[in-house]
Design a protein around this ligand. Structure first.
Ligand SMILES: [Zn+2]
Length: 617
């Protein structure tokens, strides 16, 4: 994961927030990554009216904000690289004066609008610019269908401010609606109530009646079609991807039912997934009602769909109860990984999920080792002030967080933990929560209640992995380890007992190949198991890391193709990292990267620019 520090000049500017302040019943926590000051005036509803122009690669139009004004004479928004044309107040649109602060390369500019003490509506006329990092505009060539352009947004963590002015803090929730005008042959969908088919006008209306933070507002425009899976579930994808996606996600409705059995009613109405073109930088993004997903999970055998369980679980942990700032991101991700594995266990069984726990701990331990060397913090509660909050997206909030929840399960038993989590979600519905507020609640409603002894502070505030970290040992992986041993003793690959292996077993096999494996040994394995041409992206990516490590050149053309086509950060970053370990590798990596970079979303490109020391020509 990304480890470069950003000692940004914004630190000073961002420190001038007032401390926690009360307005109505809402307590706004100081967010180091937002210029907004919600205690003065805060957005309650946003209505977007935008034209989507693929030729100019621009969104333009008007954003109307209904605000709660606490007798303030100003309201402050986050913006970055936006072109603000005009701002008016109220329904009669009286022109308002405004100012933009000095630009910071990570946080952008504070937009301060002079309002009147009774102002309840603000209208901003604006357009996006080429610097809108949330937006990825794809040419037809970069899509699966190759005939129509595509646009998608990625808001988390602080990119929403690059496509609409907003109070861009996870602690500030508001409802929204939108009217979008798109080219007539394309369909627009959002993290909202969505159309299921194109219309002749190219105008689409959206509404999200539940309050969400700015990072969960999302948009996709393209040659998209919909197909229903169950009562409340369905899939959006490009036509050439639709049938494959419907097959892959056949268990979605069952996942939703399993999730509800665990932690209560699904609160968002419909749950759909959109399969995006391959440059999408993440596995998935939990945009409410409509998960955005990478096509790299379409493996043809439903083996990678736990990602859908993960994004679905965010409908509770993350979207329903949200981390107050990005320093508390383990509250979103740790609970979600735990919840995801409970859903997976309910559907695919214990043996299956045991493999995921063990792989997860392997990832975590590798990350911890790296962090220890670099001095990066590995506590659950993070301190990202002055830095890009994307820096916090490592295995720490995900896997260390999930293992902490698993420890709570082991301490009190599943039944008690499930009751606690149910109550926790209900007690904090559509609210945000800090680590400290959660720990108070945990102490009262779980630890004291059941007289437990848990080293909470060590887990949450200290670096490293506490000695009492639960270690799930997969029985299935024992067979894999035996196979690796037999192979090391000379058994031919064809004779290893691999017949019923799932992709998890293959992953465990590949990851545990000896560090000094030779290119010729790699070739023998490849001839037997065809890893280089694997249709499973997880297996292929793990194999490619080994291939670079052992200088197994036969795989290089496929690695290049993979890097040219896939923009998922989880896959591409480790491959480039492996390349830069040698001078020759670094040269090759830069050569590939120069060609592949236009296919990557800024979220991936920013990480890779740093890693490779790449400067735009
Ligand atoms: Zn997540």
């Amino acid at each position: 994961m990304k480890k470069l520090l950003f000692f940004a000049s914004a630190t000073l500017l961002l420190q001038c927030h007032s401390p926690e302040t009360k307005t109505d019943n809402t307590i706004y926590v100081k967010d180091p990554h937002s210029y907004s000051q919600p205690e003065k005036a805060v957005v309650k509803h946003l209505a977007l009216d935008l034209k989507v122009d693929f030729e100019k690669q621009e969104l333009s139009g008007k954003a109307v904000y209904d605000i709660q004004n606490n007798n303030s004479n100003e309201i402050i928004f986050d913006t970055r690289n936006l072109n603000i044309q005009k701002i008016t107040l109220g329904e009669d649109e009286k022109e308002a004066s405004f100012s933009l602060s000095k630009n910071d390369s990570i946080f952008g500019q504070a937009l301060t609008i002079n309002i009147e003490k009774n102002t309840s509506r603000v209208n901003i006329y604006y357009s996006t610019t080429k610097g809108a990092e949330a937006l990825q505009w794809l040419t037809p060539q970069q899509t699966a269908g190759k005939t129509q352009p595509f646009l998608f947004t990625q808001g988390q963590a602080i990119l929403s401010r690059t496509w609409f002015p907003c109070q861009d803090s996870p602690g500030i929730r508001f409802t929204y609606s939108a009217k979008l005008r798109v080219p007539k042959n394309l369909l627009a969908v959002m993290s909202a109530e969505n159309p299921v088919a194109k219309n002749d006008s190219g105008v689409y209306n959206f509404s999200m009646p539940q309050p969400v933070p700015a990072y969960l507002i999302a948009l996709s425009v393209g040659d998209i079609e919909f197909k229903k899976i169950g009562e409340r579930t369905g899939v959006y994808a490009e036509p050439v991807m639709l049938e494959k996606s419907v097959y892959e996600f056949a268990d979605m409705e069952d996942m939703l039912i399993s999730a509800e059995k665990l932690y209560g009613k699904y609160q968002w109405g419909q749950y759909d997934v959109i399969v995006l073109p391959p440059s999408f930088p993440f596995g998935g993004m939990e945009n409410p009602r409509l998960t955005f997903a990478t096509p790299t999970i379409i493996a043809g055998d439903r083996s990678l769909t736990s990602l859908v369980a993960h994004e679905l679980a965010h409908s509770w942990s993350g979207n329903f109860v949200t981390n107050a700032t990005w320093d508390d991101i383990w509250m979103n991700e740790g609970f979600t990984v735990y919840f995801e594995r409970r859903i997976v266990e309910a559907i695919y069984g214990k043996e299956y999920v045991e493999m995921q726990w063990q792989l997860g701990l392997q990832d975590l331990e590798a990350t911890l080792e790296e962090f220890q060397e670099s001095g990066e913090e590995s506590s659950l509660k993070l301190h990202l002030q002055g830095r890009n909050p994307d820096d916090g997206l490592s295995d720490i909030p995900y896997e260390k967080g999930a293992h902490f929840v698993l420890l709570l399960e082991q301490k009190a038993g599943r039944e008690k933990l499930d009751k606690f989590l149910n109550d926790y979600f209900n007690a904090h519905a559509f609210k945000t929560i800090t680590t400290e507020e959660f720990l108070k609640y945990l102490d009262a409603e779980f630890i004291k209640k059941y007289s437990l002894d848990v080293n909470v502070d060590e887990w949450v505030y200290k670096n490293g992995l506490p000695a009492n970290c639960p270690r799930v040992v997969s029985a299935k992986f024992k067979t894999v380890e035996q196979a690796l041993y037999s192979w090391s003793k000379g058994t031919k690959p064809e004779l290893l007992p691999t017949k019923d292996w799932t992709c998890h077993e293959w992953l465990h096999f590949i990851r545990n190949l000896p560090g000094n494996i030779s290119a010729s040994e790699m070739e023998i394995l490849d001839n037997a198991f065809h890893f280089t041409n694997s249709g499973n992206s997880e297996v292929a990516a793990a194999w490619y890391v080994q291939a670079i490590n052992s200088n197994y050149k036969n795989a290089y053309p496929e690695i290049e193709t993979f890097l040219m086509n896939v923009g998922r950060r989880k896959f591409v970053v480790p491959l480039y990292k492996q390349f830069v370990k040698t001078e020759e590798g670094k040269r090759l990596a830069l050569e590939i990267y120069a060609k592949a970079r236009p296919n990557y979303h800024s979220v991936a490109a920013i990480t890779l620019d740093e890693l490779l020391g790449y400067k735009l020509p």
